[in-house]
Design a protein around this ligand. Structure first.
Ligand code: SAM
Length: 255
């Protein structure tokens, strides 16, 4: 096997040229709406397709013995020539600045992301190595640099704490207008088995309130659209009729 080496022969080299070993095909067709971390929408699905020369059956031998994998990837839709030492994480409402290395922001000196996702199965088909995953936070076309098994006894840290993000974000209840329910039912009838999990995906994504952070906590008349699979899900955030709490209303689904 060809061994990848740094840009120069100098062993102290600090710049590296890393080729993608795979590419993600995702239920998320655009960044808007993707949960901020993996696992928040367990019904989300995707495939990591290994690229030549890494698309070898041997390279994934034993991978299926793991329920979860780490995926190291490039934030290819956030490439910039410059970087800033501080960022405004959506978690803090988008107003407060934190050091870039204290956050999981997409704009960073090296545009690298790291996600733990569920491994559904490895499929070898017609020379392709297809790694089926779920619970991802990756957009269509994301270049993958590496895959490693998630090893619970090492990676699961029982007493870990993060004051920055102490718990999962609030999940809002989701209700549906009749038109939206009808559109979903039509989709179910025409897509049969491929439909599985679609409603759960829609609800898990919308309950996170995909709007920009500065809108969070506020109701709005504006109807937003989020693209999932081949559909555009139209929704708005309103106060529930019975209380001041916010809920998501699915207004319609366009195919
Ligand atoms: N779990 C990873 C991490 O911590 O490094 C990613 C966290 S990042 C905050 C997740 C967001 O990155 C998603 O909500 C989505 O908007 C965005 N994203 C996903 N794939 C991307 C890509 N290929 N390029 C740029 N942004 C991406």
């Amino acid at each position: 096997m060809h061994k990848h080496s740094p840009d120069t022969d100098n062993s102290t080299s600090t710049a590296f040229n890393l080729p993608a070993i795979g590419v993600v095909h995702s239920c998320y067709k655009e960044k808007f709406g993707i949960p901020r971390q993996p696992g928040l929408a367990p019904a989300s699905t995707g495939i990591i397709r290994l690229l030549p020369p890494y698309n070898l059956t041997d390279a994934v031998r034993g991978l299926e013995e793991n329920s979860h994998i780490w995926v190291q990837f490039v934030f290819h839709q956030c490439l910039r020539d410059e970087w800033k030492p501080t960022v405004r994480p959506p978690r803090l409402g988008g107003n407060e600045r934190l050091g870039v290395f204290a956050t999981r922001a997409t704009f960073r000196p090296n545009p690298l992301g790291l996600s733990v996702v569920k491994l559904e199965k490895v499929e070898i088909k017609g020379g392709e190595v297809l790694i089926h995953i779920s619970g991802l936070d990756l957009v269509e076309g994301t270049p993958v640099l590496d895959i490693k098994p998630y090893i619970p006894y090492v990676d699961k840290v029982e007493d870990a704490e993060s004051a920055f993000a102490p718990e999962a974000p609030v999940a809002h209840p989701v209700s549906w207008l009749p038109e939206a329910e009808l559109a979903l039912e039509n989709y179910r009838q025409s897509h049969g088995e491929k439909y599985g999990g679609f409603k759960a995906l829609i609800e898990q994504v919308l309950q996170q309130d995909p709007r920009p952070a500065y809108r969070h906590g506020k109701s709005e008349e504006k109807v937003y659209g989020v693209r999932l699979l081949e559909a555009n899900i139209r929704f708005k955030i309103q106060e529930t009729p019975s209380s001041k709490a916010l809920e998501v209303l699915v207004v319609d689904i366009e195919f």
